[in-house]
Design a protein around this ligand. Structure first.
Ligand code: DGL
Length: 259
């Protein structure tokens, strides 16, 4: 086993949403060390320009690599769409794993179904999403639902507050009782899955990209001989561009949340 396999995996998002992905990563690869960085000072990414998201993502990845990361997970659909290709071209020797809306498994499960794809406006505008919908949409009715403001609201915590329920009602209430599946195409949204379910009614299937991203990371680490040795659990560390004790406590509470 080489020295490089002892490095950590750097995971980032515009804020605390990527912690939903981190949970899947730790479940799939419990022996890896993970460092999570949430760029909460600059959230939401989905309402910035593509160039700004690229620059913010580039700075985070370069810092991770300078600190000794052996691999990177972009735990943000928006940053993956805006920056993954450029970052991979700049760092061809580093596994850089992104996340995309889980339309493929949703369309497989409901080949003629009506599927909502909830995501940021930027994710739904960029080519990656259109390529995905073309490749996997098949005979489904795929309905893109941009959710401006939702990630920023989730960033503030207090997920059971009435204003958040009202916001979700406003975004998806008109689809109640008429959809088969929902793709949570922003990594913040799995934290409000129950609230979305409450609005849409029972029997709706939910899909997110966390588990697929974790499997992809395992494959890339294994292919490159970078998997950590078994034995004891890896460390999971948190940092934020809003580096206050309250913010980091919020991150930890999302990491341990039962939902
Ligand atoms: N969590 C991010 C995503 O998966 C973006 C949220 C935001 O900052 O707009 O798209």
């Amino acid at each position: 086993m080489g020295e490089r396999s002892k490095g950590f995996v750097g995971v980032f998002d515009s804020g605390l949403g990527g912690i939903s992905v981190l949970r899947s990563l730790v479940a799939e690869l419990p022996h890896e060390g993970f460092r999570y960085f949430g760029d909460s000072a600059h959230a939401p990414y989905g309402e910035k320009s593509e160039a700004e998201v690229l620059e913010l993502s580039r700075a985070i990845v370069e810092r991770f690599l300078a600190d000794g990361a052996k691999a990177i997970v972009i735990a943000c659909n928006t940053a993956t769409s805006a920056a993954a290709a450029t970052l991979r071209a700049a760092h061809p020797d580093v596994p850089i794993v992104g996340i995309e809306p889980a339309l493929k498994p949703a369309a497989r499960a409901f080949p003629r179904g009506r599927i909502l794809v909830m995501a940021t406006e930027m994710t739904l505008q960029l080519d990656k999403y259109h390529d995905l919908a073309r490749a996997w949409g098949g005979e489904c009715e795929v309905v893109p639902v941009p959710c401006p403001g939702l990630a920023a609201r989730i960033e503030r915590g207090d997920l059971d507050a009435p204003d958040l329920a009202e916001m979700i009602e406003g975004l998806v209430g008109s689809y109640a009782g008429s959809v088969d599946a929902v793709v949570l195409g922003c990594t913040h949204y799995p934290f409000v899955r129950t609230q979305i379910e409450r609005v849409l009614g029972p029997g709706v299937a939910f899909f997110d990209g966390g588990a697929g991203t974790a499997r992809q990371l395992r494959k890339r680490l294994s292919d490159e001989g970078l998997l950590a040795a078994d034995g004891h659990p890896g460390r999971v560390e948190f940092a934020s561009s809003l580096d206050t004790p309250d913010e980091l406590a919020l991150y930890r509470s999302f990491f341990h949340m039962e939902r």
